[in-house]
Ligand binder design. Structure first.
Ligand code: SF4
Length: 437
């Protein structure tokens, strides 16, 4: 090295440059040294990247998981699987993926699918806006691309709901384009490979890593038979099964262990760097499962906002007492026979946490003669089986949907015979059901 700096010059030079390079504009001597170091770091990084890409491609070919969407390079299948995989684990995705592909085997079917059916197919996966955007993009594909999903990253980015990660995954796996697909898993592996201390929660870090990997991939794949899709899927598999997010990564099984900088420094578990997140807002809610002998009251959520257009059990802000809950039911002209506290549940959204308490309220009948019909309001009276089959209930209410599924006939005789004041019982169980949507 002509610079007189050892080839072992630590990566800290690079980080030092990043932090201080711009401050040294007026100090030509120092700035030129920094430029030499920058060029050298680039060279080292390129060599490192080449080695990483080559080893991960080889490792992927040996170790790739046999997954249903990997049986072809069909862009529709890649697209559906990647959107689903952004939401949950591979094992959980497989049955959803199969069901979805069976019902909507091609982009045309997705474009034409009625919304209710689409949401029902997505039920349990959460993030319903993603499947709505998929349908919007499918319609754009039908209208603007003659029903053929584009294979180039730039064209994919023009479709609704397709961001950098999904475009990179489809373009590289189905189209063979040398572009990365950078998500949280890839950022974790990358930050460990280079002992990179940039905050992975920052959008600018993701953008910079995407640029760095794009340059490295374009250079590497221009002169090799390896496939860009193999590298991206290898990185995904490495992040999912070896370079694990919590606890100790399985470095002994990693194809990059001999030169991974975090492994060398013993700092695997302190990377990636993540700035603390803002605390979520806590919302207390009271859910009412209002039922007669065979129907349960549900309602449709507004067309915009959180869980838009999905179905829910009537629920209200705050921790209502049983008297307050009964008053809501009575205000609709219904006669409550029995009220019982059931499970509490918690649901975590990205910015809000719902802490839910719930009552099962047994009423005499939804359609007692002379009573105001609850359908006149915003409630829908659905049979218990019908809820399972027809209405998309988001996982925020999963504990209560399951409670409804397991409900039996009327309460004991005394409740069944009461036609005046409701019997109150407080069978309050422990908190159940924590999920993320
Ligand atoms: S050696 Fe360990 S820390 Fe480094 S990339 Fe592999 S699994 Fe992750």
């Amino acid at each position: 090295m002509g610079s007189g700096v050892s080839h072992q010059a630590p990566r800290r030079i690079f980080y030092y440059y990043r932090k201080n390079g711009r401050k040294c504009k007026n100090n030509i001597d120092f700035a030129s040294k920094i430029n030499i170091l920058k060029d050298m770091e680039k060279k080292i990084c390129t060599e490192d990247h080449n080695r990483i890409i080559r080893d991960i491609c080889a490792w992927y070919r040996e170790n790739k998981r046999d997954l249903p969407w990997r049986q072809s390079r069909d862009p529709y299948r890649v697209w559906v699987s990647e959107i689903m995989l952004q939401q949950t684990r591979v094992e959980a995705v497989i049955p959803y993926y199969r069901r979805f592909l069976e019902a909507l085997p091609e982009v045309k079917a997705l474009a034409e699918c009625p919304e209710e059916k689409l949401l029902k197919l997505w039920e349990g996966l959460g993030y319903y806006s993603r499947v709505r955007n998929m349908q919007k993009a499918a319609r754009e594909v039908m209208e603007n691309h003659g029903g053929r999903i584009p294979l180039e990253r730039e064209a994919l980015l023009m479709l609704s709901g397709i961001g950098s990660y999904t475009a990179g995954a489809i373009a590289s796996i189905a189209g063979g384009e040398a572009v990365p697909a950078v998500d949280g898993n890839v950022l974790r592996v990358y930050s460990r490979l280079f002992a990179d201390e940039r905050d992975v929660r920052k959008e600018k870090t993701k953008k910079a890593v995407t640029e760095e990997l794009t340059l490295a991939m374009k250079a590497f794949f221009s002169g090799t038979d390896d496939l860009p899709g193999e590298f991206n899927q290898g990185l995904m598999d490495l992040g999912a099964g070896v370079c694990l997010p919590n606890g100790q990564p399985l470095c002994e099984a990693c194809p990059c262990r001999l030169y991974c900088r975090a492994h060398e420094d013993g700092c695997e578990t302190s990377l990636p760097v993540r700035a603390p997140q803002k605390a979520r807002r806590i919302e207390d809610r009271t859910v009412l499962l209002i039922t007669d002998t065979d129907k349960v009251a549900i309602r449709k959520r507004p067309a915009t906002g959180l869980l838009a257009g999905l179905y829910e059990f009537p629920n209200y802000p705050g921790n209502l007492t049983d008297e307050e809950s009964l008053a809501i039911v009575e205000a609709r002209g219904l006669v409550p026979l029995h009220i019982q506290r059931i499970e509490n549940a918690k649901h975590i959204f990205s910015h809000i946490e719902w802490h839910m308490q719930a009552y099962e309220v047994r009423i005499a009948s939804f359609d007692r003669e002379g009573r105001e019909k609850p359908e006149a309001e915003d409630w829908i009276l659905a049979g218990r089986q019908e809820i399972q089959a027809r209405y998309a209930i988001p996982s925020a209410f999963g504990v209560y949907a399951e409670h409804v599924r397991l409900m039996r006939g009327p309460f004991g005789d005394s409740a069944g015979q009461t036609d005046g004041e409701a019997v109150v019982s407080t069978g309050n169980k422990a908190l159940t059901g924590v999920s993320d949507e």
